[in-house]
Write a protein that binds this ligand. Sequence first.
Ligand code: ZN
Length: 544
Amino acid sequence: MKSRALFVAVLLATAVAAAPLAERQAQPAQPAKPADNPKVDAFKKEAVADVEGQAVFAQQMVDQIFSYGELGFQETETNRYLIDILKKNGFAVEEGIAGIPTAFMATWGSGKPVIALGSDIDCIPQASQKPGVAYHDPIIEGAPGHGEGHNSGLPLNIVAAIAAKKIMAREHLSGTLRVWTGTAEELVGAKAYFIRAGLFKDVDVALFTHVGDNLGVSWGQGTGTGLVSVQYSFVGETAHAAGAPWRGRSALDAVELMDIGWQFRREHLRLSQRSHNVIVDGGDQPNVVPRTASVWYYFRETDYAHIREMWEAGDTMAKAAAMMAGVELQPTKVLGSAWPQHMNKVVAETTWANIQQVGLPTWSDEDQQLAKALQKELKNPRVEGLSVKLPERLQGPAEHNDGGGSDDIGDISWNVPTVTLRYPSNIPGLPGHNWANAIAMATPIAHKGVVAGAKVQAMTILDLVARPELVQQAWTYFRDVQNKDTKYQPLIRAQDTPAIWLNKGTMEKYRAEMKKYYYDPSRYKTYLEQLGIKYPTVRASTTQ
Ligand SMILES: [Zn+2]
């Protein structure tokens, strides 16, 4: 045996020496393979089959939450529905966490590791849209809708948790699963408060998930921003705007002066910044000098120090604008905040290995037809349809960051090892925060994407539970690399509280009408069937 092994080694060495240099250099470094663990592999195989068996259940949850279409902090139907499902599946549910009525944390199991499975649940203003229809066609004109796809993430986590916990219970594996809501993510309104309330103190790993158009995961500091969301309110004095304008002081003047000031400042800000605002109160009617006015700003930057800097510039401008207009600036309100995200290397590598095993769903001709018709409708330069290839590699830290969106999962990611699993429930090349992003979200595209994502998530849970060294390594990266030079300090101030009043009026305006369209799985197999939509519905001009 010994001589034979030597013979093989010599043969190999000869072959390597004989290979041209260029060819040898082109060989990519082989990623470290996880130790062979047939037992864990068998658990994972079983979990994948279990998730597959839950496909109809996943579809029902995705369609149900899609039909609720609730804005941030008003996710009452969604919450009631999810809590009921979790309780039926053996979870103990703590409701109204961190002072937020529509937030919950559900717990199953005991002991270490504690794995927190989260995803967002809120939707987008004015994104009401018929699913499966490849052009703008609202269910209710002006109503909110799932134009981001947040109806799919918690169904994914619930399916994964159910599959994993069956195996954990049978095998007496130590571990606690927590399922929690990314309440009001579109307002980046909740997660910093979860941290402040100590809800992640005993968590070992946070497995977050967010809809995307492929399976993917990343580690390190990615592209995108963190932010602080601040409302500036001014108070002046009313007067007859024509009869005695000199007796009035306009709060709206202060809002407009602040906005003009900010537009000038924009020239001198870093390229990575994003800032935008809406006027939430601009007065009552033109012949009454506005006594009150409010403007709501998002200040986004790629690190904490620069977010603070922008915020201070905004505060200074608000004070100056109040002085110019002769009105009072009220104490400012922070309505939301998010740290820039930093994802854990070890957990990302573990997830990535599972992604490669699961692969992408098989899309039908109808799925591809819908995707291509929508891409044409939006006049996208590329009409590529749905993703059919996984990303080339696990995504590492971004080389440069030109800014972009934010997610308050950033705050969680600076408190416990965290990753965000992206799953292919949507169509590539969409604008985001738009009716177009809702089209796929109650169709087979979303359903299959959720099943694929749930398989990955269940496998990763089992890895973390059955291989404790992974959790240890994740913490080593978290402590020694990620937190080496950065210390988390919340952007919310002691006096700030969750902005749970937001979106109340909008939901009150639309809810009665929306109720008529809530999905009824006892009567219809799918939401498409309930709405009587032929899948896909595309314009003749956008078919291939
Ligand atoms: Zn989102």
